[in-house]
Design a protein around this ligand. Structure first.
Ligand code: URA
Length: 439
């Protein structure tokens, strides 16, 4: 007897109806959202239909129930992990990304040095903000890919892991993000929040500290938008039982003085050795305090582990366990140029986005997924807001291996440093703290 041909599955919804409903600002219900994500994953909803629906979401928004359901549907599209088996608290951290944001590098070994497991399943950079894995790959021999058993073993033995996020966590998000990237639908709170939190909730840590950036170098430059994103993500965490706190932090100027891959590893090593720029240290310590408090470790001063070398010890073990040589020299660029001040005065502002774009044009970042990066390329910021400079002083050093990239990097920095006569008072790096119970 011949087997009968498989019947086509009857679909309970028509995606065009859902696009039209959202275009008219109607809320989608649980069944509709679950079906949408599942049907997109199965290829029943075409990429152009998903793109149209996401554009309708960008314009009309989503309510709290819709965002929660979208997040749950994206989690259900893949595997979940569970760090509850480790026998010690596992606390995760996520930054929405900024220029010179190397905080993960000193933060993970710092928090791990107090007996907390810190899993950082990270990504690569795209556009003007750098990627954690690209930075670490400037260390000779270091490899980003780890299997799940390797991740659990490293968390158990060393405490901290920074590695590539596999494709198994929230795969629907990966496909949706690829569409958003090319259809102008990235910058919308419901989509950013569900994208980030689906991966973080699927990761299965016991707590999550979010660093939501605001300012010219951030995804969302306005404070109102950053607040809305922070509160939405914190609520998503609370709704799914993941304790979540967000700090809204300044990204109007680059963090620290180094931007680029090897440049940022170098600066992170200064922090781990007990030095480093004050803004990087302050933010690392503020995030560490939140993570330690979540792990039930109150009344600890994280600075002590930077001063006594215990955070550096964990760093060395982390790097070695992934094949890296923590003592190997970091790559140095063949080409260097400087940008000098055209007048004297007080630095009023250093534009984070302009510095990020310069580093990216020098080759520190990539234009398309999969492009190679130049690990030695980057920008050193010599003058920060509040510093006094004289005409002719060096404001920026640009470094790269490919001389043909240099001029475009210099052009990006033409207006990046504003010098004036007024005194400048530095603002705080942590602007607000957002919890599930309100600010
Ligand atoms: N990072 C993500 O993972 N998703 C977004 O939508 C934006 C930033």
């Amino acid at each position: 007897m011949q087997a009968s041909a498989p019947k086509h599955r009857a679909e309970p919804y028509d995606v065009v109806d859902l696009i039209t409903a959202k275009r008219h600002a109607k809320a989608l219900d649980e069944g509709e959202i679950d079906w949408l994500v599942d049907a997109f994953t199965r290829g029943v909803v075409a990429p152009e239909q998903m793109s149209a629906l996401m554009m309708a979401i960008v314009i009309q928004g989503m309510n709290r129930d819709e965002i929660r359901q979208l997040t749950a549907a994206m989690i259900a599209s893949g595997e979940t992990m569970d760090f509850g088996v480790l026998g010690k608290p596992a606390i995760d951290k996520h930054s929405t990304g900024g220029v010179g944001d190397k905080i993960t590098l000193p933060l993970v070994p710092l928090v791990a040095s107090f007996g907390v497991a810190v899993p950082q399943l990270s990504g690569r950079g795209l556009g003007h903000t750098g990627g954690t894995l690209d930075k670490l790959e400037s260390i000779a021999g270091w490899r980003a890919d780890m299997t799940n058993p390797e991740i659990y073993a490293a968390l158990d033995e060393i405490g901290g892991v920074i590695c590539a996020a596999g494709t198994s966590l929230a795969p629907a998000d990966k496909r949706m993000y690829a569409l958003r990237d090319v259809t102008g639908t990235v910058a919308a709170v419901p989509l950013i929040a569900s994208s980030i939190m689906s991966k973080k909730i699927a990761e299965g840590a016991g707590g999550l500290v979010l660093d939501v950036k605001v300012g010219s170098g951030a995804f969302l430059p306005e404070l109102d938008e950053a607040r809305e994103l922070a509160q939405t993500m914190v609520n998503l965490g609370a709704d799914s039982g993941l304790e979540t706190v967000a700090l809204i932090t300044d990204m109007d100027q680059p963090l620290g003085r180094e931007v680029g891959n090897a440049n940022e590893v170098r600066e992170s090593l200064e922090v781990l050795a007990g030095g480093g720029p004050s803004d990087v240290v302050e933010l690392t310590v503020a995030l560490a305090r939140e993570m330690l408090a979540m792990a039930g470790k109150l009344d600890i001063d994280p600075r002590q582990a930077l001063a006594d070398g215990s955070a550096m010890d964990v760093w060395n073990r982390m790097i070695r366990s992934q094949g890296g040589d923590p003592q190997a020299p970091l790559p140095e660029a063949n080409e260097r140029e400087v940008v000098r001040a055209t007048r004297g005065g007080t630095v009023q502002r250093v534009d984070a986005r302009a510095v990020g774009v310069a580093a990216w044009r020098l080759g520190a970042g990539r234009a398309r997924p999969g492009d190679p990066v130049d690990h030695a390329a980057g920008v050193t910021v010599h003058a920060k807001p509040g510093d006094l400079v004289a005409a002719g002083d060096v404001l920026f050093t640009l470094a790269c291996d490919n001389a043909s990239r240099m001029q475009r990097g210099i052009d990006s920095l033409a207006e990046a440093c504003e010098i004036g006569d007024a005194a400048h008072e530095a603002g705080p790096i942590v602007l607000e703290r957002v919890t599930a119970n309100g600010r």
